[in-house]
Design a protein around this ligand. Structure first.
Ligand SMILES: [Zn+2]
Length: 303
């Protein structure tokens, strides 16, 4: 309870929570005529955790949908209207959503805002900027789930039993997937294995599972790597026991194929970094996303 309580207290101190105690006028109505509170999450992976704990009692939607980058993305004018009737906003934090501070001004939204990554020890890029990709680790998702459940229970205490039961189920599913991931990676415990990805989105997973990732560019849609950076990477690959390249989107394919062939390394497939796949795809939920990513990595490095 501590984390969410702290978030809510700091919101109260900022005068934000005062209106949160009166959830917005609900527009969605259940079969029994009861209103379902609406929760908005900023991106698809966070929305999935929110849904696993909150649905079907709450109606959860995502500002940024599956198969879309979560970086450098301000809400569009039409999306800003979706803040009109929500009761809770969930965001990742660590500066992923740079627009969040301007939200009350741009939308008039005065409800609670919960930072899902609160309480997670950040990995600092260059020693100072917190890496926002906290969803790419089992511990990160575990912390999201707990923080979200705590916020739900504070806001809708009459539904606490349901939230707690779903939290338990989610955490058990996550633990089973983590155990499986650790077992899959066990054969790779010896030697040096390099996993090369378009952008550096796996620092948390690397820390958790003892994997070594290298990002080609610092941002998903950022600049091309310099010749020196590429030459250094090729040297590193030569010194490793195995290495594999992965893509995130179709747009990465050309550059990654080119560097992979120059280094005599293969493409290991596609990883889901900043969003889920469509529901019927291989990474349709947050747990399946992590399981799929680890299985794809293990398969490529073992081959
Ligand atoms: Zn990213």
């Amino acid at each position: 309870m501590l984390i969410a309580r702290r978030s809510l207290l700091s919101l109260a101190a900022a005068g934000i929570l005062a209106s949160a105690c009166k959830p917005a006028a609900p527009t969605s109505v259940t079969m029994r005529g009861q209103a379902k509170p609406k929760v908005l999450a900023t991106m698809s992976i966070l929305a999935d955790v929110a849904r696993q704990i909150g649905a079907p009692d709450l109606e959860i939607s995502s500002l940024i949908g599956p198969e879309q980058s979560a970086h450098h993305r301000d809400p569009t004018p039409s999306e800003l209207t979706s803040f009109g009737d929500i009761s809770l906003l969930l965001h990742v934090g660590f500066k992923l959503e740079g627009w969040i501070d301007r939200l009350p001004e741009s939308t008039g939204y005065r409800g609670p805002i919960i930072q899902a990554s609160e309480g997670i020890e950040p990995i600092l890029i260059g020693g100072r900027i917190p890496d926002s990709h906290t969803w790419q680790s089992f511990a990160g998702l575990r912390s999201y789930a707990q923080t979200i459940a705590n916020a739900y229970i504070e806001l809708w205490p009459n539904l606490a039993t349901s939230f707690e039961a779903r939290l338990k189920t989610y955490l058990a599913e996550l633990q089973a997937a983590q155990d499986e991931a650790v077992a899959l990676l066990a054969p790779l415990r010896k030697g040096r294995h390099l996993i090369i990805v378009p952008h550096n989105s796996f620092r948390y997973l690397g820390r958790e599972l003892g994997l070594e990732f290298r990002g080609i560019s610092s941002l998903s849609t950022g600049a091309q790597p310099s010749a020196k950076a590429l030459a250094d990477l090729l040297d590193e690959i030569k010194g490793a026991d195995t290495a594999a390249f992965f893509i995130e989107t179709a747009a990465d394919q050309r550059l990654m194929s080119q560097i992979a062939s120059e280094s005599g390394t293969k493409l290991g497939g596609k990883l889901y970094t900043d969003s889920l796949s469509k529901p019927d795809g291989p990474a349709g939920t947050s747990v399946r996303m992590l399981a799929y990513n680890v299985a794809t990595i293990a398969k490529a490095l073992a081959a």
